[in-house]
Design a protein around this ligand. Structure first.
Ligand SMILES: CC(C)=CCC/C(C)=C/CC/C(C)=C/CC/C(C)=C/COP(=O)(O)O
Length: 297
């Protein structure tokens, strides 16, 4: 028995869940139980990652509730002396390689991610546990959206009379556009679907926004947060508020059911690094004289 591919996607993420398990193996249990400590037997049976004595067939499975992905593992001897000739003559695919430790770790992370995200998605619908808080979280969604940030920056640019203020706003505009482009590229490459329980009632989206990795709100919030802290002189309570806002925007993505936790965590990291890019390519009258000459005309 060879490896049963969990899906045909070349991306590291599983596709939207099918109502039935990908593979039914009587003695297999989801990896989630291994993660939570309930699957010592399975773990041992699978020979552990990287051991080569057995060939292990692994498949990612979603539970019927759709809440978790686990890994089904079962083993077969790679060359058994007790095999009957008829059995030996059976044609079959070549033994699948034992999954690497990285693959096992990644699958465990994904399983834990899906489980945690489902639990945190308490505002995913009006009837969810915290459904009444959904309108408030949707307001937060707008506060971290690209359209108000772009519109506000353009408005500020039009009104600004100081060259220093214009320079900062021009760079913020560049940062916001860069963010939309980079997030679209990564979403298009990774193509991770949004959680199935997400209601597609999002405020203004573009085509790649059907994908969820990384969270565009998280990248924007982290990048804008760093940008504001570097370029605005703010009292400490306001600085704390800015950081809190960024964090809550990210958390609200999971609570609304828009994203899994890893989308948001990666989004924060990506947004943080995006600001470093903006700082590196900072537009100034020295680095981009033509742009500023046109602008100041
Ligand atoms: C406002 C002005 C002057 C121009 C707007 C131009 C425009 C339509 C830009 C696109 C902005 C946009 C739709 C960004 C995407 C924001 C979004 C829905 C991100 C997805 O976030 P996620 O956290 O769900 O990944």
């Amino acid at each position: 028995m060879g490896q049963v591919p969990p899906n045909k996607s070349t991306t590291p993420f599983p596709p939207s869940p099918s109502p039935r398990p990908a593979l039914s193996i009587p003695h297999a249990r989801p990896l989630v139980s291994m993660v939570t400590g309930g699957g010592r037997a399975e773990s041992r049976e699978a020979g552990g990652c990287g051991s080569g004595s057995t060939s292990t067939s692994t498949s990612i499975e979603r539970s019927r509730s759709g809440a978790t992905y686990g890994v089904l593992s079962h083993t077969m001897p790679s060359s058994s002396p007790r095999s009957s000739p008829a059995r030996r003559a059976e044609p079959g695919p070549s033994p699948s390689p034992t999954p690497s430790c990285t693959a096992v770790a990644l699958r465990s992370l994904l399983a834990a991610d899906l489980q945690a995200s489902r639990r945190l998605g308490v505002c995913a619908g009006e009837r969810s546990a915290w459904g009444s808080a959904r309108p408030l979280l949707r307001l937060l969604e707008v506060s971290g959206h690209g359209v108000p940030w772009l519109a506000g920056t353009l408005y500020g640019l039009g009104r600004s009379e100081s060259p220093a203020g214009r320079e900062v706003l021009l760079n913020l505009l560049f940062a916001l556009v860069l963010d939309i482009v980079l997030v679209a590229v990564v979403k298009g490459l990774v193509r991770r679907r949004r959680p199935t329980y997400n209601k597609m009632d999002m405020f203004v989206t573009i085509s790649v926004d059907k994908y969820s990795f990384p969270s565009g709100h998280a990248t924007r919030a982290a990048m804008v947060c760093r940008f504001v802290l570097h370029h605005l002189v703010l009292a400490i309570p306001l600085r704390v508020l800015v950081v809190l806002w960024a964090f809550i925007v990210g958390l609200s993505r999971v609570m609304l059911g828009r994203h899994n936790v890893t989308d948001v965590v990666f989004g924060f990291i990506m947004g943080y690094m995006q600001y470093s890019l903006v700082k590196y390519f900072w537009l100034s009258p020295l680095s981009a004289p033509t742009l500023f000459a046109i602008w100041n005309q």
